[in-house]
Write a protein that binds this ligand. Sequence first.
Ligand code: ATP
Ligand code: MG
Length: 563
Amino acid sequence: MAELANRPLNFIEKIIEDDLRNGRVPNNEIVTRFPPEPNGYLHIGHIKSIALNFSLARKYGGRCHLRLDDTNPAKEENEYIDAIKDDIHWLGFDWGEHEYYASDYYDQLYQIAVRLIREGKAYVDSLSAEEMKEYRGTLTEPGKNSPDRDRSIEENLRLFEEMRQGKHPEGSYTLRAKIDMASPNINMRDPALYRIKFAHHPRTGDKWCIYPMYDFTHPISDAIEGITHSICTLEFEDHRPAYDWATSIDGIDHTPHQYEFARLNITYCLMSKRKLLYLVNNNFVSGWDDPRMPTVAGIRRRGYSPEAMLDFVNRVGVAKVEGMVDFSLMEFCVREDLNKRAKRLMAVLDPVEVVIDNYPEDKVEYFEAEDNPEDENSAKHSVAFSRHIYIEREDFMENPVKGYHRLYIGNEVRLKYAYFITATSIEKDESGRITLIHADYDPLSRGGDSPDGRKVKGTSHWVSKDHCIRAEVRQYDKLFKAEIPGEATGNYLDDINPDSLIVINDAAIEEEAAKAKPGDYLQFIRNGYYCVDSKDSAEGKMVFNRTCTLKDSWAKQKAKMGL
Ligand code: ATP
Ligand code: MG
């Protein structure tokens, strides 16, 4: 993969290259997998895992499977599966025909379980969840054997069969591996292999009322699929002995290996599906794809590009130590990318009208604007200019403060691409609000050039009153106002940023904006990067989302406060 070429190998690449050199990889084919549990939408953390698994397969000429880890029927929905697939494709990766489901292996897993019972390596336990916890011991104390540990093989087989037939209620029995209740690793103290759950499964329907546990399902699924390098996040490190136990069960003839890397954490973001689901269910956001959500669907709708996100996870790198990545780094990557590709438009978010009294009433001129001045071969579009224009309300001051060099009475500014104008007078309504600014223009300054070398300090963007579209603009900001939501307050809900969305109902945007489609990358000059909202925008009633500001105002603010 091109972007990986110029940096040192990460620790997983080193392992892979070493394995390849030493003939430890069957057929020399690297096989990885991305194994999401379909209990929510993918978040930015998953991008790291997706990029890693798919890029490794690509780099070493292998393949990467998509495996939906659907062993928890109560929480899974087809909507999530569709969204997961769509998001991976959006990132530019594809699993080809290798789409698998842990539930594909339920029959095999069941047979393996029966075999373990026959070999005396698994038993049916009637301890309650509570008792099992008690028997498990602690990090410093060994566990105790369950009274059922020595149940006869015949009885175990009968009970397990009855569990499968639905003869016992949830929680009454579990199937456990007989490993070692004194193991220093708690995950090896006779881990549960199966539990009873009367739940309809999206794929297997009502065929099963016993479901295999993660530590049993995952390694065996990896083995069945011929995964060579099973990459997961650090919290599974303690489960590796259980993984190795499962993949060395007699009769399993392929041995995958598990490697753990540090999960991606980003300041101001929650990266837990459970918490994100809570935000969705309780209407703190409009849905999983709310542009403030750190979900792939959310950032897509916000206007982040896949290229920017892959650049971001690449810069973060693959490490073995947990850390917190600054939100600013992600936005930096987004801006770098958008600066290169965004089409520049003029949008006046808070319009105030300017009438240019010495400009003919019915004259319209068209100025040429480069779509992107960063691009030598940029396309161009034209912007209409007329006697009646809008500028930003904040670009005029009745009583200018020191250092203000935009428009005020008697001051001259440049209208981008067009002319120099000088404000002459204002009109107000009863409340004192400015309703109209009168100005004169200098015909010799056409194109925004100084006719005699005189200096104007301010340049304003503008739109022609009769040549603009009126649109809704959603000013998005961070969803949380604390770097680590919940850390100081004890509840992440208390850290929600009340200003994370400010809706502007009636912005005035140059007509060219009407051509923009969802998926286009835009810059509203001086205001930020924007995109067309993919859900709510309609012809004649467009909605634009702010992707990010042009500069990192938060970083600046923080610097000012000496943080
Ligand atoms: P969550 O805690 O948000 O529910 P999860 O780990 O349960 O996440 P899965 O669907 O099980 O989510 O994860 C699929 C894969 O993505 C796993 O291999 C997991 O290790 C990886 N992954 C999950 N979160 C992150 C993250 N923040 N950074 C990197 N990889 C992650
Ligand atoms: Mg999970």
